[in-house]
Design a protein around this ligand. Structure first.
Ligand code: ADP
Length: 223
């Protein structure tokens, strides 16, 4: 954790996405430099960010003079202006920033950002829509998190009597479902080191980690 806390961040673009990222970083007490060409947006952050700069990030000399390459992580959160987003990503990459997260407006934009070397490309509306859609489709999948494109962590509610009273060991859970159970939620209590012999109760939910296909299979058993 201490390594994380010492990381320095720069956020370029303070729209809805950028300002929300920024606020979260500031709340966590890390150093954040913010850049926006709009003075009003900068004013909201000038007293809380480590440094707040009114500038057009497309101006390479500005990026150089603020020493953008010294930041561990740069978030490019320019929204509508796709050309600016692309150009800034290119320049930030060329200046040698170690880790870049860039926000995409659409699939084509995402592909370009990836090609330019953005380490993580986010597409907030689509990603959140997918997440909410999946939650709507499956009432038993309470929440999930992508660890990579094919590995995820999911919380799945036990709704089938065939599992009730059984334990993880009697179910041969890991062998049969190819999932690791990292926690069990019972009512409001979460057991983060579940014993293999604990009997499952109707309504418990399992926090599992595994390949997407295995998570989907286990989840389908609860439908
Ligand atoms: P969102 O969808 O996240 O709300 P917006 O497109 O509304 O995104 O906001 C993007 C932000 O990025 C705006 O505050 C805008 O002023 C800023 N921005 C856009 N282009 C540049 C640029 N070239 N340099 C600096 N800031 C920029």
């Amino acid at each position: 954790f201490s390594r994380m806390i010492k990381q320095t961040f720069a956020v370029i673009g303070l729209g809805r996405f950028g300002s929300s990222v920024c606020q979260t970083l500031i709340n966590a007490g890390v150093e954040v430099l913010v850049i926006d060409k709009d003075e009003a947006r900068i004013n909201d952050f000038k007293d809380i960010a480590t440094q707040a700069i009114i500038a057009d990030a497309q101006d390479e000399s500005t990026l150089k003079s603020i020493g953008i390459r010294n930041f561990d992580h740069v978030v490019i959160a320019i929204g509508e202006d796709i050309q600016a987003s692309i150009l800034v990503t290119l320049m930030v990459k060329e200046l040698g920033v170690k880790y870049i997260t860039a926000k995409a407006q659409n699939e084509y934009h995402a592909r370009v950002l990836t090609k330019l070397g953005a380490d993580k490309v986010v597409h907030p509306e689509r990603d959140m829509g997918t997440r909410i859609g999946k939650n709507l489709l499956s009432r038993n999948m309470l929440d999930y998190l992508d660890l990579s494109s094919d590995i995820k962590v999911a919380e799945i509610k036990i709704t089938k009597n065939s599992f009730v009273g059984a334990s993880l060991s009697s179910l041969e859970f890991r062998k049969k479902y190819a999932l690791n159970v990292i926690a069990i939620r019972h009512d409001k209590k979460i057991d983060i080191s579940p014993a293999p012999s604990d009997a499952l109760i109707l309504g418990d939910s399992l926090l599992v980690v595994g390949y997407q296909k295995d998570v989907d299979y286990f989840n389908s058993l609860m439908d």
